[in-house]
Design a protein around this ligand. Structure first.
Ligand SMILES: [Zn+2]
Length: 149
């Protein structure tokens, strides 16, 4: 179900902007030509977006420990310092700075697209299968919303 959701989002993004795959390819090539000045920090942004990493490090003590059990020993003060180091690094590093601006651009586009296509997404996300009454317990909100369409 999760992968379906991402397929749909991907489809919507590409429908709205048929140049997107090319641009992502170009961005990857541009990034490949830039060297990270501090790979210890930069490696965090290789798999996750910059805003995700910073948001993760800004989580509450409890949520952070739940999300990153192997980093449980890192205190809140240390995390603040790490976030500062991330921000500093992004402002200085050509590769991570570029990546950060690509991420922001993509997130803005994604958000606009989700808002614009929320009815489409909602219809994909709601389960209108009366044969499976158990679904109602799992998705009460989506049920209620789709009923008012
Ligand atoms: Zn970097």
């Amino acid at each position: 179900m999760e992968s379906d959701f991402f397929d749909i989002i991907n489809e919507i993004l590409c429908l709205e902007d048929d140049d997107l795959p090319n641009r992502l390819e170009e961005q990857n090539e541009a990034l490949a030509g830039l060297k990270c000045t501090n790979p210890t920090l930069g490696k965090w942004f290789e798999k996750c977006t910059v805003s995700y990493v910073i948001a993760a490090f800004n989580l509450s003590e409890k949520d952070f420990a739940a999300q990153f059990p192997h980093l449980r020993h890192v205190t809140g003060d240390q995390r603040k310092e790490i976030v500062d180091s991330f921000r500093q690094h992004i402002s200085e590093c050509p590769r991570c700075g570029r990546r950060s601006s690509y991420d922001l651009e993509f997130e803005k586009k994604l958000e606009a697209s989700l808002i614009k296509n929320k009815e489409v997404l909602r219809s994909h996300l709601s389960y209108d299968e009366p044969d499976q009454p158990t679904e109602e317990n799992h998705k009460p909100e989506l049920k209620a919303q789709s009923a008012h369409r």
